[in-house]
Structures are given as C-alpha cells and as structure tokens.
Design a protein around this ligand. Sequence first.
Ligand code: ARG
Length: 480
Amino acid sequence: MLRDRFSAPLDERAAALSSSVEEDRALLGADLWGSVVHAEMLGATGIVPARRAQRIVTGLRRIAHDAAAGRFRLDPALEDVHMNVEAELTRRIGSDGERLHTARSRNDQVATDLAIALREELLGLERAANEAARALLAAAAGPSGHSVVDGWTHTQPAQRLYWGQILGSHALRFVRDAERFRRVRERIDSSPLGSGAIAGTSLPIDRARTARALGFRRPTASSLDAVSDRDASGDALYAACVALVHASALAEEFVLGSMPGVDRVRLGDRFVTTSSLMPHKRNPDLAELVRAESAPAIGRLVTHLTLLKGLPIGYQRDLQVGKPVVLDGLARTRLALEVLAAMAEQTEFLSPPVTDAATGSVELADALVGVGVPFRTAHRRVGVWLAARARRGSRIDAVTQSELRQSFPELPEEFRFPTGDNEPERRTSAGGSSWREVARLLSEVRRREKAGRAAAQREAVRLERLRTAAGIPERLFGER
Ligand code: ARG
C-alpha cells in the first residue's frame, strides 16, 4: 500500500505491528461520516468537480450501508480504517475514489474520528452513570430507604444512618460522574478535519462547513496542535477512573454487605455465582469484578499520559497505540457501570439487628455540650463510662434513665440515649442523617440526574439528525 517508491513490501511482522484495523473497527462510523462531509465540501468548493464529488459521497454511503449490515470487513493488510474505506471506495467507483483524500491526511482524519467517537462514548457513559444513580434512587425511595443500618468508618460501626442516605450518597457520586463525562464531551467542540498532516493545505477548503456538518462549533485553531492533541482522550480516561473508583466503593458495599454475619445486602440471583467445589457458596463475583475494573482503568490513564510525554508536537505514530487504550477502556467502563446499575436494581437492602456498638455515644456527648460541658471533657467521660459498662457486660440497649442520671447528673431531664432506630433523626444539621436532610439529598440527586439525562438525550437527537443528513446509518454508532 502506497509503496511504489520502495523496492520491497513492508516486512510481514512489521505489518502486523503496524496494523490498527482491530481497534479501528470502533472508528468506522466516524470515519465514513467524516469522509462524506469532506467529499461534500470538496464538491461545494469546486476543489473536486461537483459530479465527481457526488459520486464519492454516494459510494461512501453505500459502504456505510453495507457496513451497518455487517457486510464490510476491514482488511488488516490495508493497515487502518482510513485506507480500508478509501480502497473499498476506489474498488467500487473507480478513479473518482482517488480524489477523496484531496486536502486531507490520515493524521487529521484519525484526530477527527477520535473526536467523533469519544463524543459518542461519553454520551453512553453519561447515560450509564445516570442509570446507576437512578437504580440507587429507586432503592432509596422504596421501604428500605427508610430503614436504619450502621454507617461505617474504618469498616467499623460508626453512626447509624438511613439506607436512603447511603444509597443517595452513592447516587450523588454517579451523578457527579455523569456531569464530569458531560463536561469532557462538551469540550470536544472543535473539528480537526482540514488540518492535513500538520500544516493545513494550499487548497481552498471550507473548514467551517465540515466542522458544522460534523456537529462541532468551529475548526481547531492550529493544524499542528490538532493532529497531536489527545487531551479529550486523557480527560475521558480520567473521568472513567473516577467513576470506576466510585463503582468500586459501591461494589464493596455489596461484597461486605452480603457477607454472612453482616447480612445487610442481599444480591439478586442474576448477579451471584456459586463455587465449582463448595455447593453452599453464593458468591458476589460480579460485584468483585466491578470492584476490580478500576485497576485497569487507572493503568490506562497512566499508559496514555506516558505515551504522550516527550512526544514532539505534530503527529507521531506512537499516538496510534493510545487508540485502543481509550476506546476499549471507555467501552469497558460503560459495561462495568451498566452491570453495577442492573445489580443495584436487583439488590435488597436489609436492616440486620442493631449491633451493640453504642453508636449514639456522640449524641450523649453532644447533650453534655448542650449544658455547657466542653466537648473534650464530654468525650472523655462518655468514653470512660462506656468502657466501664462494657467491662460489666451491660448492653447499651439496657441503659436506664437512672443510670444516665447517676453518671451524668447535669443532663437535661428529657435526654434519652438514642435507640438504634431513632439515632439518625437526631442529626438535623444540613446534609446530615435526619430524614428531612436525606429527602433533600435524594431530591437534589433526582433533579441533577434528570437534567443530565435530558441533556444527553438532546445531544443524541442532535447528532442523529446530523448523521442522517450525511446518510450514515445510526447502527454504526453507539452499540458495540
Ligand atoms: N493508523 C494511524 C493512527 O491510528 C493513522 C494515521 C497514520 N498516519 C501516518 N502518517 N502513518 O494513528
């Protein structure tokens, strides 16, 4: 391919290393769309005679149609998706196909394809993160939302919480993730197409036209930067890391919560497995797998940054190695989030019997603060008192009013040591554990989730309209 000036074909092993056909499959729709728009521009500007340009466009649309029907295979010998499309076009329409690459380089092409594909992936990630938030909100709005369990610090009982707060807090994280994905997507607003190899072109192209047709606000400001800028890929990989770290925390909630003895979570049968040896096992493998996904995600971010560091500005072939890191990585992230959302939907959130952990100790200390005792003194007295009770083997739920009065004579008459169930209501501070605050949290998350979902929907409609105008079937996008 394009080797007339050389005396030998590319070494066979070198060709295998050079081919990016495998990862480029994800770029096929974007590549065809970019090519259609480019060819239309060549015709409109008269760089290619209008009739010939029209033939190119029709040929590309037919390829797109066949590709959507699974009838277009990429040939690894043709190195990448760009050469595959061009070769197929020329095979179909003859010499007019040889005009497609006028005023264009694979360097601006791959940058454009990536921008288009990333925009699409991010849209899917926004939806997946919002879906996870929605599943958690649904659970929080159900009866278990109102039930009370230990909130943990150091994986030890700390203070009692409504399940609604725990679920709503995980949901809040996923809503932030969706918003983060969206911000990354919205910054992908400039079209690299027309940057050429690194320097633009001497032909009278219309970059504003192609940018608009591909749904970008403007052409990129520098051809040199545009062919080597992979910021959006890095931003997306970072956002994926954060979302998967959040996912790992929720997955851990499921792993620990379903442990016999803890029993605060019951996973649905569709998301557990058994042991190949021990028939009694009901293992949370899927939660463990979701928990694990953050590790390769963090690796991908580090790989991507390492790949870029020290590269001279302008296209360098190293950039090719970053493509699967980003594209497979984001697809994998979306899958993990989707699994987690579905898992959350089928999980029961239980309230096991109260532990004897005296998690209301802070409310006792706070009551002493309320009658003028310095907090440190109160903390010490409550701690000593609890330790003495524990030595006597008295359970905290057996505490009596007279015992309290004796140990803390300055306590107001009406103070009661919180029971496991009414404890969260005592903490009415903004964002705290009382139900009024939890309800506020849930409605904020709901509002942001809804706004995010509507924005993603608007963007999906906008992009679909543009692709339809270019004659590119929807099936080449999104699902993979
Ligand atoms: N396959 C290349 C990539 O993925 C496309 C650009 C190749 N450019 C070049 N001058 N060899 O980055």
